[in-house]
Design a protein around this ligand. Structure first.
Ligand SMILES: *[C@@H]1O[C@H](CO)[C@@H](O)[C@H](O)[C@H]1NC(C)=O
Ligand SMILES: *[C@@H]1O[C@H](CO)[C@@H](O)[C@H](O)[C@H]1NC(C)=O
Ligand SMILES: *[C@@H]1O[C@H](CO)[C@@H](O)[C@H](O)[C@H]1NC(C)=O
Ligand SMILES: *[C@@H]1O[C@H](CO)[C@@H](O)[C@H](O)[C@H]1NC(C)=O
Ligand SMILES: *[C@@H]1O[C@H](CO)[C@@H](O)[C@H](O)[C@H]1NC(C)=O
Ligand SMILES: *[C@@H]1O[C@H](CO)[C@@H](O)[C@H](O)[C@H]1NC(C)=O
Ligand SMILES: *[C@@H]1O[C@H](CO)[C@@H](O)[C@H](O)[C@H]1NC(C)=O
Length: 498
């Protein structure tokens, strides 16, 4: 386990950079082109391989309006995703989530034999709907379905049951589903009476940290215990409705275009910065209609690891000896932002203190009441899974942080003091470092190869840091299409670890 940590964060960082840049450049340069005549349904026996000359989208199936299309989406030049896109805006609304990334090569096949299957001649099946249907069909609401050709066209499988990062109009999002941001860091899930936004700040090590909890207002109807789980639906009238049973919502979050008749499509998406945003399509453009978090400093990690967000002033580093613009706060080591301090080899750290800071979602964090700052610090110091603590002298609340330090919020009250462990770079076993460097070199070689063969146009549009990384996009809204391609960063890792 210990050996895998550095590899993961190094490669994830490098490869995510490459991936996002590639995709951004690729799509801003070409846009999606969909052939004029597109098949309306696929039957048993259908098979397709990606055309090497087509980029970025090869349509296989269209809906009755021509607004939506299912097909091959090129990811990172050489990878292939099976996606449903909104044709006029080129936005992927759904992406299949395979166990391994498929390649854009003649070895890769998508076929329908009752199941819709992505497979590779050499390595076998990547993804399958595991159904026994008669046709594949795309509804005029972008729902990809496997149907039986009986009288009622019964649906055996549908993409609406397996959403990616986007929820479209009238799609039923239930408590059994999860929306996951394209970088895999943030997710949306439903609780018994709330919508929760969660962050994966410490990889697979810890449970996700909740950073936003929207409880049902229950103005028109109440959530009744034992009456079944809640679900949410994005209404054509411009609101996100939460329901338990029946048509009366237990909660309504209205958008800017609330109750205005709009001809275009709407969708809600969990963005790579952790915000939940609503958009509508005007016919030529998509417009921001709603955002769950409007103050950038309230985002889960707007300035990255060991960053400080000051409302009105923007980002800096918690440690004021380091320069935020240099691209990294805290430790210079890339593998410093995961795991804990319990392993003897990885347990070394130094302590950073900062006055006038608090956690951006402290009302959702656990705390203990303590008599002094010293006691609060001691409790963290003595616990090897603790990464830091924030103490409020006025309330006596001691908040402990059990994941790598993210962005703290700058406040005027200097009696709020933060204590943060910063992993010391040195002190690892030679063997481990050697192995890490070796794999790093391998990944580096793959990376360089990709860049050289691929293209000269390399533009860094986003940065990502460590495992608790974040997208640093100029003010969030990147209206370029395809900023969100599956859990692409994780696919890249597999590429390197193979
Ligand atoms: C796309 O869908 C909208 C409804 O959302 C419809 O009014 C429009 O005609 C459709 N466009 C095409 C090209 O069919
Ligand atoms: C369809 O193909 C998959 C993968 O080869 C296979 O596992 C499955 O049994 C096939 N299904 C049918 C109904 O033939
Ligand atoms: C979409 O399909 C439904 C029936 O499935 C139909 O009633 C509706 O008019 C269609 N909408 C458009 C925009 O074609
Ligand atoms: C949404 O899904 C839930 C859970 O499966 C179900 O109880 C509810 O009736 C569905 N609502 C709609 C409008 O389809
Ligand atoms: C940061 O700089 C301020 C002065 O600008 C100083 O008062 C403070 O102690 C410094 N904090 C740290 C953690 O170095
Ligand atoms: C250490 O911290 C973790 C998480 O903050 C907590 O669950 C655990 O109980 C703590 N251990 C001790 C010995 O206090
Ligand atoms: C912290 O609170 C205690 C008692 O509430 C008070 O005596 C002390 O002066 C405060 N310390 C600071 C730095 O404000």
């Amino acid at each position: 386990m210990a050996i895998r940590k550095p590899i993961n964060s190094v490669t994830r960082c490098l490869l995510t950079q490459l991936l996002y840049s590639t995709v951004c450049v690729l799509f801003s340069a070409t846009g999606v082109r969909v052939g004029a005549t597109v098949t309306r349904e696929l039957h048993r026996g259908f098979t397709a391989t990606p055309d090497p000359s087509i980029s970025p989208f090869q349509a296989l199936l269209g809906d009755s309006t021509g607004n939506y299309s299912m097909g091959f989406l090129r990811v990172n030049r050489v990878q292939l995703a099976l996606a449903v896109v909104h044709v006029p805006s080129s936005e992927p609304l759904w992406v299949a989530n395979p166990t391994r990334p498929a390649r854009w090569s003649d070895q890769t096949r998508v076929f329908f034999n009752g199941s819709l299957v992505i497979s590779d001649r050499k390595t076998g099946v990547f993804w399958s709907t595991e159904t026994s249907g008669d046709r594949v069909w795309l509804s005029n609401t972008s729902n990809l379905q496997i149907q039986k050709l009986d009288d009622s066209h019964s649906v055996l499988w549908e993409s609406f049951s397996f959403p990616s990062d986007t929820l479209v109009e009238n799609q039923n999002f239930t408590s059994a589903m999860t929306l996951v941001s394209s970088n895999g860091l943030y997710s949306v899930r439903l609780g018994p009476d709330f919508i929760g936004l969660y962050a994966k700040f410490n990889g697979e090590y810890e449970p996700d940290q909740i950073y936003l909890r929207h409880k049902a207002l229950e103005a028109k109807a109440e959530v009744i215990e034992g009456q079944g789980p809640i679900y949410i639906i994005l209404s054509s009238d411009g609101y996100l409705g939460m329901y338990q049973n029946g048509s009366v919502p237990v909660d309504v979050q209205s958008f800017s275009t609330f109750q205005q008749t709009r001809s275009g499509a709407r969708w809600v998406r969990i963005e790579p910065d952790g915000n939940l945003k609503g958009y509508y399509w005007t016919g030529s453009d998509w417009v921001l209609d709603y955002e769950a978090i409007s103050d950038p400093c309230e985002l889960p990690s707007p300035c990255g690891s060991y960053g400080l967000c000051q409302p009105g002033l923007g980002c800096s580093c918690l440690d004021n000896r380091s320069d935020y613009n240099s691209g990294r706060c805290g430790s210079p080591e890339k593998d410093s932002f995961s795991g804990d301090f319990c392993d003897a080899n990885e347990g070394k750290y130094w302590v950073l203190r900062r006055k006038g800071v608090e956690l951006p979602y402290k009302e959702l964090m656990g705390y203990e009441k303590m008599d002094s700052l010293a006691q609060c610090e001691k409790s963290c110091e003595e616990n090897c899974t603790c990464w830091g603590a924030v103490y409020s002298n006025s309330s006596g609340f001691c908040y402990t942080i059990d994941y790598p330090i993210q962005t703290l919020l700058g406040v005027g009250d200097v009696t709020k003091v933060g204590y943060f462990k910063v992993r010391a770079g040195a002190g690892k076993k030679g063997l481990e470092v050697g192995y890490g460097v070796g794999i790093g070199f391998l990944c580096g070689a793959v990376l360089v190869f990709g860049v050289v063969v691929g293209f000269g146009l390399y533009r860094v549009r986003s940065r990502k840091r460590g495992v608790g990384g974040y997208m640093d996009e100029d003010n969030g809204v990147v209206v370029g299409p395809y900023k969100n391609l599956g859990s692409a960063s994780f696919r890249s890792i597999e590429l390197c670890e193979r």
